[in-house]
Design a protein around this ligand. Structure first.
Ligand SMILES: *Cc1c(COP(=O)(O)O)cnc(C)c1O
Length: 386
C-alpha cells in the first residue's frame, strides 16, 4: 500500500539520535534548546517552546492566553480534533467557523459574520485558532484585523505548515498571531516521532508555556515569590503538566530541520506533477492563494460527483483496493459523537460538510517516486472515468 504520508529519515538523522543515546542527557539536555533555536531562527520568531506534541502545545498555548471556564474558543471544523479539544481541556466552550470554498481554511467572511452576531449576544470568543490546512496559510491579515476590532487572541495551528510562507514570510513568525503551533508527528513535514512546538514573540507567554510544559515549575529566581531556600530550590507557580520533549526527539528535529526546505521543494514538485496529470479528470485539484507558499503537507482533491458514476466512498474503496492508501482530512469535528453530545447538529457548517462529502487526500511525501505517483494517477483515472 502506498501510504498518504510518510517520514523521511536519513542516516544523518539516525546518527544524531544515536549520539544522544551515548551522551549524558536523554532528556532535559542541550538538544531541546538547540532545536528550539533552530526552529525559532528559521521562522523568525523570538521564542520557541518544544513539547511532546502539537496537542500539548495547543493546550499550553490556550492556558498561557488565560482560556478557562466561561470562555469561548473558535476554530475550523475541517481539522484534527486536537485543534478543538485543547479548549475543552481548559474548561472553555468551542464553536466552529465554516470554511472557505477554495482554500478549505476557516473563512474570514464567515468569521466576520459570526463575530458580529456574537457581539450582539455578548459571547465573543477569547481565542480563535485558524488551521493552515494542507500547509496553506489562512488569511492571517484578515483574521488579525478582526482580532484588533473584537479583542480576541490568535493561536495558529500550523501543524501542517512548517516550511511554508505567507506574504513572503515564514509561517511561524507569528506576525499576525499570539502563538503558532507546529506538529512533528511522522506524517507531518519534519518529524521528531512525537513532538510539537509553540512559537511566540511575547516573552511573558513564552515563560508561561515553558513552565506549563514542566509541572508549572520554575528555577528562575525572578519568577519566584521569595529568595530561594538554597541551591536545590524550585517553585511550582502554576498547575502544569509533563509535556516535555526528549533530547532524542530534539536531536532528530535538529537534523530534520537541515532538510526542511528540500522536503517542501520536493512536495511542490510532486504537487505540480499531480496538477498536470489530473487536469483532465472530473475533480478539483488544490487551489493556491497567491499570498501563500504552502508546506503542502497534504494534496487534497475534490470529486465532481455529478460527473462520476461512483460514490465518494466507492472511489475511496476502489483506490485502497488498488494499493493506494488514500485518506480523508478531515471529518468535520462537530460531527464526532463527543461533540454531538455537546449539542452540535448536522448542517452547522454547510461548506465544511460539502467538502467532507467530496475530499480525498492522495499520497504526498518526499519519498513518493514518479512510478508510485503514476500508479496513483492511473488507479484514480480508472475509477473516475467510465
Ligand atoms: C497532527 C495535528 C495536530 C496534532 O498533532 P500531534 O503532534 O499529533 O499532537 C493538531 N492539529 C492539526 C491540524 C494536526 O494535523
Amino acid at each position: 500500500m502506498i501510504p498518504y504520508g510518510r517520514q523521511d529519515v536519513s542516516e544523518a538523522d539516525i546518527q544524531a539520535v544515536v549520539d544522544v543515546l551515548r551522551s549524558d542527557f536523554l532528556t532535559q539536555g542541550p538538544a531541546v534548546p538547540a532545536f528550539e533555536k533552530a526552529v525559532a531562527s528559521y521562522c523568525g520568531a523570538q521564542h520557541a517552546v518544544a513539547v511532546n506534541s502539537a496537542t500539548g502545545a495547543l493546550h499550553i498555548a490556550c492556558l498561557a492566553l488565560g482560556v478557562g471556564p466561561g470562555d469561548w474558543v473558535w476554530t475550523s471544523p475541517i481539522t484534527f480534533v486536537a485543534s478543538a479539544n485543547c479548549a475543552l481541556y481548559c474548561g472553555a466552550q468551542v464553536d466552529f467557523v465554516d470554511i472557505d470554498p477554495r482554500t478549505y481554511n476557516l473563512s474570514v467572511e464567515r468569521l466576520a459574520e459570526k463575530l458580529a452576531q456574537a457581539e450582539q449576544a455578548d459571547r465573543l470568543p477569547k481565542v480563535v485558532i485558524p488551521v493552515h490546512l494542507c500547509g496553506q496559510s489562512c488569511d492571517m491579515a484578515g483574521i488579525h484585523a478582526l482580532a484588533q476590532r473584537y479583542g480576541f487572541k490568535i493561536i495558529e495551528d500550523a501543524s501542517h505548515a512548517i516550511g511554508g510562507r505567507y506574504r513572503g514570510e515564514p509561517i511561524g513568525n507569528s506576525r499576525y498571531s499570539d502563538i503558532t503551533v507546529f506538529s512533528f508527528h511522522p506524517v507531518k513535514i519534519i518529524t521528531t516521532a512525537e513532538g510539537g512546538m509553540a512559537l511566540t514573540n511575547d516573552a511573558e507567554l513564552a515563560k508561561r508555556m515553558a513552565r506549563l510544559r514542566t509541572h508549572g515549575i520554575t528555577r528562575d529566581v525572578a519568577e519566584m515569590t521569595h529568595a530561594p531556600d538554597g541551591p536545590w530550590y524550585y517553585q511550582q507557580i502554576d498547575l502544569g503538566y509533563n509535556y516535555r520533549m526528549t533530547d532524542l526527539q530534539a536531536a532528530l528535529g535538529v537534523s530534520q530541520m537541515q532538510r526542511l526546505d528540500e522536503f517542501v521543494i520536493k512536495r511542490h514538485t510532486i504537487a505540480q506533477r499531480y496538477d498536470e496529470l489530473l487536469a483532465d479528470l472530473p475533480l478539483v485539484t488544490p487551489w493556491q492563494h497567491p499570498d501563500s507558499y504552502s508546506g503542502l503537507h497534504l494534496y487534497v482533491i475534490r470529486l465532481k460527483l455529478a460527473e462520476i458514476r461512483k460514490s465518494h466512498c466507492e472511489v475511496f474503496e476502489a483506490l485502497r483496493a488498488e494499493g493506494v492508501g488514500v485518506n480523508l482530512h478531515y471529518i468535520p469535528v462537530y460531527r464526532q459523537p463527543y461533540y454531538e453530545r455537546l449539542d452540535f447538529k448536522a448542517g452547522h457548517c454547510p461548506e465544511a460538510e460539502r467538502y467532507y462529502a467530496e475530499a480525498i487526500s492522495l499520497p504526498m511525501y518526499p519519498g513518493l517516486t514518479d512510478r508510485q505517483q503514476d500508479q496513483v494517477v492511473s488507479a484514480l483515472r480508472a475509477v473516475v472515468v467510465q
